[in-house]
Design a protein. Structure first.
Length: 481
C-alpha cells in the first residue's frame, strides 16, 4: 500500500524496492570512497594553495553532479505525451443490435469489445443457468448462433447450448491453454500453450479438421481475415495459415513474444510484443506498414505489451507494462497520447461511444483502478478504485462498462459508461468476464459461467430466499453443470 501511495504521489513513476536499495548502495559507496580518498590524498592536498584546493573541489563537485545527472537521466521515466495534431475520426453512432454473434475475443475484428444493445442491461433476472468447469477459465467464451465455445486451462474445448448451458461436446486439444477460440465460416480455431499449436475444428462435432505445430507456445486468440487465420507466438513470430488446409501463407518474425491477439481494420493487423514494439502489418502478405514502440520505463526498460490492441476512431489503443495506456495514429503509428497509471496495464482496452457520451477508452490496471479515458486526448473522464487488481479486458454492453477484479472484492463490476456510476456487481469475475449475444449476458468467473436475461419488469414483486440472492446480479455460489 505504501508503494502504491508513493507511485501515485510521483505521478505514475514506477518505484520498486530495488530502486531504493540501489540508491542506498550508491550513496554508501560514495561516502565510503570519499572518506578514504580524502584520507589518502590529504598530505598532498594540504600542501596546495587555497586556490588550488578550491579548484580541485570544484572539479570534484562537477564530476559528482555530472554522474548524478547521468544516473538520473538513465533512471528517469519519460513524461506522458499529448499530440493534438494527430487525426481523430469521429464515427457514425453504432446501430443498436438485437441479436448477434460474438465470434472472436473482443467481439469484432477491431477488438473494440463494444456491443450496442438496448435490451441487455441491468437489472437482470435470476440466472438462466450456471455451469462449473472445475478448471480455470481465464478467457471468456465466444457466442455463435445458439452455441458458446470456450477453452479451459487444461486445453479442453467446450461447445455449449447458450439457452440452457448444456454441454453439446467437449474435446481435449492439448495440455495447457489460455486464449479464446475464434469462429469463421463453419470452422473453429484454437491455439495452445502446450504443446504449442493451432487447430481447426468442426464446431458441430469437435472433430479436428487440421493441426499445425507452432515454434513455441501461443496464447494469442486467433482472428480470421479472408482465407487466413492469424496468430502470434511466444518466440515472436506471427503466422497466417490457410483456413481450409492449415498451410502457412506468410510469417513475420519480431524480436520478442507476441502474447496478445491481433486486431484488424481495413486489411491491416495491429499487435504488440514483449520488446515494447507495436506493428501495423498488411494482413494479405505480412509486409510491415509501420512499426513504433512504447515510451518505456526508468533504467531504460522497455514497455512490454501483453495487451491486445483495439482499433477505433482512426487510432490504435493498447496498454503496456510500463504502466501506461497508449493511443497511436492508425495510419502512421504516430503517438497521439499516453496516460500513466500506478502499475502495469496488462489488459486489452474496450473502446466505445455510447449514446450521450463521448468516445471513450475503458481499461484497468494493476493499480486497482478502472479508467474511462477520453479517446481523443487521454484525459480522465472518470476513474474507480475497485479494490483489486485488473488483469482482464473490460467489455461495454449497451451503456454499461463491465470489468473483472481479483482481490478482496473479487467479481465483476458494471459502471454506467458515461457517468461512472456503479450499476452492477456479481461475485463471478476475475479475468475477462462479460460477453453477450444480444439476448443474454454471459458472465465468466474463475471456473464457471452464468447466463442472465434482462429483467424487463423490474418493478414486479421480488423473489425471496435463494432466488433473491441470485437476482439483480448478486448471485450466491453454485456448482452445477
Amino acid at each position: 500500500m505504501a508503494q502504491h501511495a508513493l507511485i501515485t504521489a510521483l505521478g505514475g513513476y514506477d518505484v520498486h524496492w530495488w530502486h531504493i536499495a540501489l540508491a542506498v548502495v550508491v550513496a554508501a559507496a560514495v561516502c565510503v570512497g570519499g572518506f578514504f580518498a580524502v584520507r589518502a590524498l590529504w598530505p598532498v592536498v594540504s600542501e596546495w594553495s587555497r586556490w588550488q584546493q578550491a579548484g580541485a573541489a570544484g572539479v570534484i563537485a562537477l564530476a559528482i553532479a555530472g554522474a548524478a545527472y547521468a544516473i538520473y537521466g538513465f533512471n528517469d521515466r519519460p513524461s506522458d505525451v499529448l499530440n493534438e495534431g494527430v487525426d481523430f475520426e469521429q464515427n457514425e453512432p453504432e446501430k443498436v443490435i438485437e441479436t448477434v454473434n460474438w465470434p472472436v475475443y473482443g467481439y469484432d475484428d477491431q477488438r473494440t469489445r463494444y456491443l450496442p444493445s438496448k435490451l441487455v442491461q441491468p437489472p437482470f433476472r435470476s440466472s438462466d443457468w450456471s455451469f462449473q468447469a472445475g478448471k480455470l477459465l481465464e478467457f471468456s467464451p465466444i457466442a455463435v448462433k445458439d452455441r458458446l465455445y470456450f477453452v479451459d486451462k487444461d486445453a479442453l474445448v467446450y461447445a455449449m447450448a447458450s439457452n440452457n448451458g448444456k454441454v453439446r461436446w467437449k474435446h481435449r486439444v492439448g495440455a495447457l491453454s489460455a486464449a479464446s477460440p475464434a469462429y469463421e465460416d463453419g470452422r473453429l480455431f484454437v491455439v495452445t500453450l502446450e504443446p504449442g499449436d493451432i487447430q481447426a475444428m468442426d464446431p458441430r462435432s469437435g472433430k479436428i479438421l487440421w493441426e499445425r505445430p507452432l515454434p513455441g507456445r501461443s496464447e494469442s486468440s486467433p482472428l480470421v481475415y479472408g482465407n487466413k487465420v492469424i496468430v502470434g507466438t511466444e518466440p515472436g513470430t506471427v503466422f497466417a495459415f490457410d483456413v481450409k488446409t492449415g498451410k502457412v501463407e506468410w510469417s513475420l518474425d519480431t524480436p520478442d513474444a507476441v502474447k496478445g491477439g491481433v486486431a484488424l481494420d481495413e486489411g491491416i493487423i495491429y499487435f504488440g510484443n514483449y520488446a515494447g514494439e507495436l506493428y501495423a502489418v498488411n494482413a494479405a502478405n505480412g509486409e510491415v506498414k509501420w512499426q513504433t514502440g512504447t515510451q518505456g520505463s526508468s533504467f531504460g526498460r522497455t514497455g512490454r505489451i501483453y495487451s491486445t490492441p483495439a482499433v477505433a476512431f482512426g487510432r490504435v489503443y493498447v496498454g503496456s507494462v510500463d504502466n501506461r495506456i497508449y493511443s497511436f495514429d492508425q495510419d502512421t503509428g504516430e503517438l497521439a497520447w499516453s496516460h500513466s497509471t500506478g502499475d502495469w496495464v496488462y489488459p486489452a482496452p474496450a473502446v466505445a461511444e455510447v449514446p450521450g457520451g463521448p468516445p471513450t477508452v475503458y481499461i484497468g490496471s494493476l493499480d486497482q483502478n478502472f479508467y474511462a479515458l477520453d479517446a481523443r486526448d487521454g484525459s480522465v473522464r472518470w476513474q474507480k478504485d475497485v479494490g483489486g487488481v485488473i488483469l482482464g479486458a473490460a467489455s461495454v454492453i449497451g451503456d454499461v462498462a463491465y470489468v473483472g477484479v481479483i482481490g478482496p472484492k473479487n467479481g465483476t463490476f458494471g459502471f454506467d459508461a458515461d457517468t461512472g456510476k456503479q450499476v452492477f456487481e456479481h461475485e463471478l469475475g476475475e479475468y475477462n468476464p462479460v460477453i453477450s449475444d444480444g439476448k443474454r449476458l454471459y458472465l465468466t468467473g474463475a471456473s464457471g459461467i452464468r447466463a442472465f436475461s434482462p429483467d424487463l419488469h423490474p418493478d414486479r414483486k421480488k423473489p425471496k430466499g435463494k432466488e433473491a440472492a441470485d437476482a439483480d446480479g448478486t448471485a450466491a455460489p453454485e456448482a452445477d453443470g
